[in-house]
Design a protein around this ligand. Sequence first.
Ligand code: F6R
Length: 367
Amino acid sequence: EKAGYRHFMLKEIFEQPQAILNTVSGRIVPDTGVVDLPEIGLDPTIVERIERIALVACGTSWHAALIAKYWIEKWAGIPVEVDIASEFRYRRLLVNERVLTIAISQSGETADTLAGIRRAAQLGSRVVTVCNVVGSTMTREADGVIYTHAGPEIGVASTKAFTCQLAALFLLTIYLGQIRKTIDPLVQKKLGAALLECAEVIGTELPRLQAEISTLIERYYEAKDFLFVGRGLNFPVALEGALKLKEISYIHAEGYAAGELKHGPIALIDRDMPVVALAPRDSVYLKTVSNIEEIKARQGRLLLFGTSGDEHLSTLTEDVISLPEVHEDLNPLLYTIPAQLLAYEIANRRGCDVDQPRNLAKSVTVE
Ligand code: F6R
């Protein structure tokens, strides 16, 4: 059942290219980028009238929501609020019929997320769920669904469900822009093609990434703490990298927006603490590099994920994982892969039970 892989988690990491394709295909016309989401349950007139979107989720799914905020605000021009479900459900909610609530959940059963959408629905909000499990409670209660077609995810640490959530949320972004006419058709075509291309690139790069990371971890697996940093779309990827590492290897790890370092966490930097920095050549690249230089100046141990051919990164550390250039908006899908592999290889090297980490359950049906 593990198809020759040592763990479900590794199998599921390698299934990502196909899972992303399964999530995207049939929903986008490759030649035009036109998106159809037949199960979304929203009339175009409702989509036109939405004033705000509330994204609600827990854990890894919350990280997907943080990324979707950047996309939706950029391409559909709709203000997006992102909430951890356990916070959303217990405060005064300024949600009404002009707010679209979107719950993101692999299982469709997470207690806090479910309670969140129930409250939002009571206040008159339309509810859509991005979900991986057909027929789950959230899909039954929501007005509409965007299924991720990741296939069953057995490993407790979410991998393919996350990248498929991103693919689904990117489709949703294009869809919203298409209906509200905020995306130029040529750009739309480019974004659609970029999404399909990204899945292909992940497929090509996976074996090399695993090989490179498995040699690299000899120098990292004994660390007691890790910091992950990134900017913009890659800030949530830093959070996700830190979460993956802590949940399966039990190493303390934190994710930070790179620009926040000097507001506190830079005090932690020393020779012993690895800092994983996500530094693709994107619109905030120079800012990220200047943060990386600040870490280096304080003798920080740097592991960089950056764009192939970026010579500058190699002058900062020996440990650089190179990734091909994809459309800047899709970097989160690609940069998540080495972060997953890093967590997997380190946990494995430390002899941890990768698929069944202590204290965790796959589906959190109690609050
Ligand atoms: C982390 C992980 C959890 C889940 C969270 C939400 O790897 O798996 O953080 O993402 O419990 O679960 P769902 O998406 O099923 O609502």
